[in-house]
Design a protein around this ligand. Structure first.
Ligand SMILES: *[C@@H]1O[C@H](CO)[C@@H](O)[C@H](O)[C@H]1NC(C)=O
Ligand SMILES: *[C@@H]1O[C@H](CO)[C@@H](O)[C@H](O)[C@H]1NC(C)=O
Ligand SMILES: *[C@@H]1O[C@H](CO)[C@@H](O)[C@H](O)[C@H]1NC(C)=O
Ligand SMILES: *[C@@H]1O[C@H](CO)[C@@H](O)[C@H](O)[C@H]1NC(C)=O
Ligand SMILES: *[C@@H]1O[C@H](CO)[C@@H](O)[C@H](O)[C@H]1NC(C)=O
Length: 790
């Protein structure tokens, strides 16, 4: 600077040179004054801090701007002004004496107005943080860790708009977090660990788009974490040891460190977590997370620390599951995991793996028997659900792994189809689309789409359905957009039916059953067991369930049953419906076979069998491949909820081995099947039981006549495309099913055998006569999902 000003002087402009010199002298003088004021300030700070040893070198002659930084004290200047001050005491520094005043301390500090970085760690500071701090208007980083400051964060701090980092860890601050934190335009790090803050996080945190670190561990925060998905820079979220929950927070997938341990989370683990490719540290321990543990977390590309200990996570592990090479620590202990420990967890000495207190097939760690995990899985999963509306009946969603299905008296799934034509008009509102889009962006990278593909395929069983599981209420709310009216499909005496779309894009039908009496989830365990087994190609299968409980006494308020969504209408709409093409004869036979197989499964495929299902043609749904599925079956659960069963709630289902009863119930379903078959043959519905008897008698009468007569009676749309023999066989079996005396009706096995015979002769006839090519009636083409939903 001096040199620059000297240059003109060398050129001989003396007057100007003197002027310049005078200015320089003035400037030097001023800066000396500034420095001495800074010096006074620092010495004042030293005295207010009660002359700690590590500041003993400070005296009035020191050039603070040119001192060597030490581990405890650093002063940084820029153009003569102090811009950074770091004073770090020793751990466990006692409180400053009684005559210390935080107010005077800050009053001294604000005389360093250029301060950008202020670190005051472990100095024994105590008292409320005075609002005067706002005079440090250039402050960018404030670190006051490990002191004894208390009270709330002063609102005045909100005017320091340059603040990027606020660290108040390990103090005694209390109260709620102020809303204005989200107004700090460049806030990047907010760390308030180990304080006494309470309340829930302000919704406005949703907009802290620059935030990189949010560390709130060891406080008394509670409630739902606001949606942080827009915080695309967030790398660290540490909420450990609070009372957050119950839902898993919505987060962006750039997280590096996610700590949710020791909270009140009770939901499932969202599948997106498997897409967090930068995640190194994941701690979900000591919560009540339920539902399947995604083994893909072990192989996240960056993961080094994974802790899911002490939850209620279920699922089967396989030896061949892979782990990320850098994984150093994995704690799976105290969950409900079954199967075999992945060998990758044991193959490295540098890797710490803990897995005790699960139900894994391993000898060297303390494990429970398989049945323990199975039963626990059926019994656990209280998910307290804080409704946004402040209803006193704040509900607890309770996830239990079992299931419950559709019903006898209740029209359950039927609604879906009876009302489908109306529903179609409203259902495809943008709501579902938004959800779908979210789901796809999550899996944008190739790595992830591959991971997703493999996990999907391994999850799907022979039925092409995912494993039966517990759903969280949160998941159902997302799937139905909070049970929005556009997802509503119908209502019955026991509750409503909704259509939902899960995160993976699949559609489900969600049946919501309202409890009339107060019961604990234990009362529903045997129902849940039964329902979880109701999975068959020809049943609208149960995918899972969810219990929602009242907070006060944990009794069940609602049960949600989740079924596969069968998109293609009822069988009736494919027979006598005006608006569709009509099934060919061969398609009718194969639908009949499907229904009979479904009935056979209900009777004999599960124990205890499910009888007297009051089957109606409108209960038979067609999927996108025109496979017939029975949608409404007689679950003891539904009778119980409807109060139709007098006996005790926990009474086991009736013993099916009482043979008289079995025979009777069995034949009730055979009769109902006969009614369905009648409509399939004649192509028109019968209105009453009487009419069924009349039609049955007519059929019986023409059995003795000739082929041509029988053909004339059959539905006109199949008349030309059915073989004589198959039509005769179908009519025969139909008549036999409709016999009045149940004992004389054929068994379902007998029915099935006859139908299969009819299919065979029809097939042979069709090949023989090439009639399918020449037929004026083209067979119905299976419709595809998108057609059905558009
Ligand atoms: C101030 O401290 C420096 C170094 O710590 C020392 O050299 C100097 O003598 C001290 N001056 C006074 C007046 O104490
Ligand atoms: C506070 O009291 C201590 C003695 O306990 C004394 O040495 C110190 O100078 C006092 N500080 C102030 C700022 O009055
Ligand atoms: C704040 O101070 C603590 C304690 O010295 C230190 O560990 C931490 O790194 C500091 N943070 C920042 C951002 O300076
Ligand atoms: C939150 O903390 C403040 C101050 O400690 C206290 O007065 C208040 O009652 C607490 N509120 C709740 C809901 O715990
Ligand atoms: C892992 O093992 C399971 C059962 O042992 C098997 O079904 C699965 O295909 C295997 N997966 C791979 C990737 O080898």
């Amino acid at each position: 600077m001096l040199l620059l000003y000297m240059l003109p002087m060398a050129k001989g402009f003396k007057h100007q040179a003197f002027l310049v010199l005078a200015i320089i002298l003035l400037l030097i003088n001023q800066s000396e004054q500034l420095e001495s004021s800074q010096t006074r300030t620092l010495l004042r700070v030293r005295s207010l801090l009660n002359y700690p040893d590590f500041l003993s070198g400070w005296n009035s002659t020191i050039d603070f701007c040119n001192t060597e930084p030490t581990s405890q004290v650093t002063v940084v200047c820029y153009e003569g002004s102090i811009t950074q001050l770091h004073i770090i005491g020793s751990k466990g520094t006692p409180l400053l004496p009684k005559n210390f005043s935080m107010d005077s301390f800050v009053k001294a500090l604000v005389k360093l107005p250029e301060l950008k970085v202020l670190t005051l760690v472990s100095l024994g500071l105590w008292g409320p943080l005075p609002g005067k701090i706002l005079h440090l208007s250039s402050l960018e980083i404030l670190n006051m860790t490990s002191n004894s400051l208390y009270g709330t964060i002063p609102d005045e701090l909100s005017s320091i708009t340059s603040l990027q980092t606020l660290i108040l860890d390990d103090n005694m601050f209390s109260g709620r977090l102020p809303e204005w934190l989200s107004l700090l335009p460049v806030l990047t790090v907010l760390s308030l660990r180990k304080n006494l803050f309470n309340g829930s996080l302000p919704e406005s945190f949703t907009s802290l788009e620059n935030l990189r670190v949010l560390a709130l561990s060891h406080n008394h925060f509670y409630g739902e974490v606001p949606d942080l998905i827009r915080l695309t820079n967030l790398q660290e979220l540490d909420l450990e040891d609070n009372a957050f929950g119950p839902r898993f927070p919505q987060l962006g997938n750039k997280l590096v460190r996610l700590v949710l341990g020791k909270n009140r989370f009770r939901s499932g683990i969202p599948s997106e977590l498997s897409s967090y490719y930068q995640l190194e540290w994941l701690d979900l321990s000591f919560n009540r997370f339920v539902g399947p543990f995604p083994p893909s977390l072990l192989s996240l590309p960056s993961i080094t620390y994974l802790n899911i200990a002490d939850n209620k996570l279920t699922g089967m592990l396989f030896e061949n599951t892979s782990c990320n090479v850098e994984l150093e620590f994995a704690d799976l202990s105290s969950n409900l995991l079954t199967g075999h420990l992945p060998t990758c967890l044991l193959d490295s000495k540098d890797r710490v793996s803990l897995y005790a207190r699960n139900c894994l097939a391993t000898e060297n760690e303390n494990q429970h028997p398989f049945s323990f995990c199975h039963n626990e899985a059926l019994a656990v999963g209280i998910l307290p659900h804080h409704k946004k509306s402040k209803t006193p009946k704040v509900a607890l969603a309770m996830a239990i792994s079992g299931g419950i299905v559709g019903g006898m008296v209740l029209l359950g799934l039927i609604f879906m189809f009876v009302r489908r034509s109306n529903a179609d008009k409203t259902i495809n509102k943008p709501t579902t689309r938004v959800i779908a889009e979210k789901a796809t962006t999550v899996y944008s990278s190739k790595f992830l789409s591959d991971a997703r593909y493999t996990s999907q395929t391994t999850k799907l069983g022979a039925l092409g359905l995912p494993a039966y599981r517990t759903f969280s209420l949160e998941e159902l709310e997302v799937a139905t957009n909070n049970f929005h009216t556009t997802a509503f499909m119908g209502e019955g005496s026991l509750g409503q039916m909704y259509r939902g779309r899960l995160r993976d894009g699949s559609f489900v039908a969600i049946r919501c059953l309202k409890m009339k009496k107060s019961r604990s989830t234990q009362n529903f365990m045997h129902h849940v067991e039964l329902i979880s087994k109701l999975r068959h190609r020809h049943l609208v299968s149960a995918l899972g369930h969810c219990f929602e409980c009242y907070l006060d006494d944990s009794s069940v308020s609602r049960i949600f049953l989740i079924f596969e969504y069968v998109p293609n209408g009822t069988l009736r709409s494919w027979i006598s419906g005006r608006d569709r093409c009509s099934l060919t004869w061969a398609q009718r036979i194969s639908s009949a076979i499907g229904i009979a197989k479904g009935i056979q499964f209900l009777h004999t495929g599960i124990v205890p069998g499910v009888y007297s299902n009051h089957l109606k043609i409108t209960d038979i749904l067609m999927d996108q491949n025109l496979v017939a599925k029975i949608s409404s079956y007689n679950l003891p659960l539904l009778a119980e909820i409807a109060g139709k069963v007098g006996h005790g709630t926990s009474a086991p289902p009736k013993d099916p081995s009482t043979s008289a009863r079995v025979t009777y119930d069995d034949k009730v379903d055979v009769y109902d099947f006969g009614v369905i078959l009648l409509e399939m043959i004649l192509g028109r519905p019968s209105k009453s039981r009487n009419q069924v008897q009349v039609l049955k008698n007519q059929l019986e009468a023409i059995m003795a006549t000739d082929d041509a007569t029988r053909r004339r009676v059959a539905d006109s749309t199949v008349r030309t495309s059915c073989s004589d023999q198959s039509l005769k066989t179908m009519m025969e079996i139909c008549v036999r099913c409709l016999v009045k005396d149940p004992a004389e009706r054929p068994s379902i096995e007998d029915v099935l055998w006859n139908l299969q015979f009819a299919a065979q002769v029809q097939d042979a006839w069709r090949v023989d006569s090439h009639s399918s090519e020449g037929s004026p009636i083209s067979p119905c083409e299976p419709q595809h999902l998108h057609v059905a939903f558009r």
